[in-house]
Write a protein that binds this ligand. Structure first.
Ligand code: KIV
Ligand code: NA
Length: 266
């Protein structure tokens, strides 16, 4: 496989060719995901929950993220590697965000992701101007779980939808090269995706995004907690982890996953 590039990801979005993303946190899984045809590996701060057993992503530190980015970068060969900027590593100022992003890029990330709209526009511009590709993240932004009052659907109602659309547009104009949308009505996910020149990756945001992402442990059925509606256990009917990941990639590419009737929100 040829190494994935930002240019190619943008082409895939323009051509309506779905992008398959999963989270990954270590070298062995990075190699497996890459070999199974995953386009992008997100080293998500969800590792606070699925690796560390924390109740949210809030306690995750930049040092921990850099460690896992480094592990993934060592195992990966051709997937596009995105590192999450954790809570507290970019909120103080654009300068703080640049310094934190440098840490993740030097650990092997090719792009950094940050949560939120409005106030993040200036930060995205600062990072982009300095040669650091940025993925924005709107909708349910887990680092703000305590402000949002739980893991609940976002963007319902005309006013909330209009704000999200405006934030998405501003972030793309500021140079964001990708956008993750989490937990939104499927129609809003589709509308934002259509309106932007950059790939939009959905998680609980409907089938018509440019691509999909799930937390690795969730889609492998690892863990005992109640899973959100948007997750499917790809291990069901599969004999191996690699088989489950290949099925995920095939189902995303064929737009068989997600099925909005089963996994979507209105
Ligand atoms: O941390 C993470 O895994 C994420 C995805 C759920 C988008 O941010
Ligand atoms: Na995250």
């Amino acid at each position: 496989r040829k190494p994935m590039t930002l240019h190619r990801l943008r082409e895939m979005h323009a051509a309506g060719e779905p992008i398959a993303m999963l989270t990954g946190y270590d070298a062995s899984f990075a190699r497996l995901l890459d070999d199974a045809g995953v386009d992008c590996i997100l080293v998500g701060d969800s590792l606070g929950m699925v690796l560390q057993g924390e109740a949210s992503t809030v306690p995750v530190t930049l040092e921990q993220m850099a460690y896992h980015v480094r592990c993934v970068a060592r195992g990966n060969r051709s997937a596009w590697v995105i590192g999450d900027l954790p809570f507290g590593s970019y909120q103080a100022s654009p300068a703080q965000a640049v310094a934190s992003a440098v840490t993740l890029m030097q650990a092997g990330a090719q792009m950094v992701k940050l949560e939120g709209g409005g106030w993040t526009t200036e930060t995205v511009r600062a990072l982009t101007q300095r040669g650091i590709p940025v993925c924005a993240h709107l909708g349910l932004t887990p680092q703000s779980v305590h402000a949002l009052g739980g893991y609940r659907i976002q963007g319902r109602g005309d006013e909330a939808a209009a704000t999200l659309k405006q934030h998405a547009r501003e972030l793309a104009e500021a140079g964001a090269a990708m956008l993750v949308l989490e937990l939104l009505p499927a129609t809003l996910g589709a509308e934002i995706t259509r309106s932007l020149p950059i790939p939009v990756i959905g998680i609980g945001a409907g089938r018509d995004c440019s691509g999909q992402v799930l937390v690795l442990h969730d889609m492998l059925g690892v863990g005992s907690g109640r899973l959100p509606r948007f997750v499917r256990n790809f291990m069901e009917g599969e004999a191996s982890v690699a088989g489950a990941v290949r099925r995920y990639v095939a189902d995303v590419k064929a737009r068989r996953f997600p099925d909005d009737a089963l996994h979507g929100y209105q």
